[in-house]
Design a protein around this ligand. Sequence first.
Ligand code: AMP
Ligand code: ZN
Length: 505
Amino acid sequence: MKTPHIPPLHIFNTLTRQKEKFEPLHAPHVGLYVCGPTVYNDVHLGNCRTFTFFDIVVRYLRALGYQVRYVRNITDVGHLVGDADEGEDKIGKEAKLKNLEPMEVAQKYTNGFREVMRILGNLPPSIEPTATGHLIEQIEMVDKIIANGFAYESQGSVYFDVKKYNQSHQYGILSGRNVEEQLAGSRQLEGQSEKENSADFALWKKANPEHLMRWKSPWSEGFPGWHLECSAMSTKYLGKTFDIHGGGLDLQFPHHECEIAQSVAADGESPVRYWMHANMLTMNGTKMSKSLGNVIMPYEMFEGKSPLLSRAYSPMVFRYFLLQTHYRSTMDISDTALQAAQKGYYKLMNGMKNLQALTAQVENPDFAFAADLSEKEIQDIEKSVAAAYRNMNDDFNTAAAMASLFNLIKKVNMLHAGQLSLTVIGKEAFEKMHTTLTIFVENIFGLRAESPNFAPALSVLLETYQQAKAAQDYPKVDALRLKAKEMGITIKDMKTGVDWAYDEN
Ligand code: AMP
Ligand code: ZN
């Protein structure tokens, strides 16, 4: 068999605004950092889009043979209401509201987050550091930035000096913002603020008396800045420069811009080689966001309780839905889109079920692959296998890779229905198809078969159906078909007997 050429993995790097060949610093090791959730409430489906996408990145890199250290933090302090340097801590606010310890709030939503990730089929990170567990590292980093002349203390707080930094470096390098204009246009904030310049951002904040979360530091009893956490934790676990940093597009500025500035100011090195940003999940074109009130929560969707959707959709249907759009495009959630995803998901699962049946057939000791090979059929399979990898190597084009898999599924279904013979495909091509489909569906895309509460009743139903058919009791046959549909399956009359498939409609 001639194997088609597959170009290596290329990643769109936000920093350079182009697709670049992926070359890890220390292959086969890959360091990946993804900004985790701020655990003051439950994650919504928008957050799930970003985290699920990076799960696919980890899974794919591992499938390529890389040893990935996947660090995804938990932000349990320092993220202030309004995402800027003033206002209450999001977790502290929730704690006061509910009369709980801040750490109780953080623990509750950390547990909830992990559970939703598990249900959606996302692998746990290799390291899941919390910001509050890394105060020493953060204080050390602030010390370094001050010592290097890029930060100043003001009334117990410490601010990053953007103007000073921008004289020798480029603040705005990631987001493309022209900070010079911003700095020239902004007045010095004489006396009105602790900050020397409005573009400066907090590395350490002095806690006011009513602030709950506070730690001792050389500057004041206070708390770390949100951006600082990620810099300190990524440096600790992945080094001063590491391979990939990910997050949602809305974190590009200021969060990630500030991360770069902090690392450069502290260690003189740009921290990340490939910056990746997942685009937003939207509803009717508007970003899904708690503050806008257009959020769908995972359980609402699983249980059919969201006022924004007409019915329930399962975790795997949602995961499949996410794979249908390239991660750098916005993606709009709607009943129509989810219904289409449901159809696609069950079609894929039916194909995988047929593949299992074929595998059992091939593994039977009486089965022999006769040498009746069709070069065309084999080339078709080769091409689809190569296309699946080529599409993923093209900046993780999951939707196109899925289309390649469906070319293989089509062959599987034809083989299963007897429209194509296994002897024509041959052992080598069959095994290649089997391996590719299994690796992609299960390991890379992380899709598993969902048996919607019918498993125990299924065999009884099929048996009763067969008896009713033998007895030519057609009203009963119809009634059983209807019952099967309610269970989410279709009964199929095969030459060899009765079989079932997931209902794709
Ligand atoms: P947060 O807890 O607010 O820091 O958000 C956690 C992650 O979800 C971040 O990477 C955000 O960029 C991401 N995110 C927030 N809203 C959306 C959305 N509507 N679609 C996709 N990702 C989102
Ligand atoms: Zn972060």
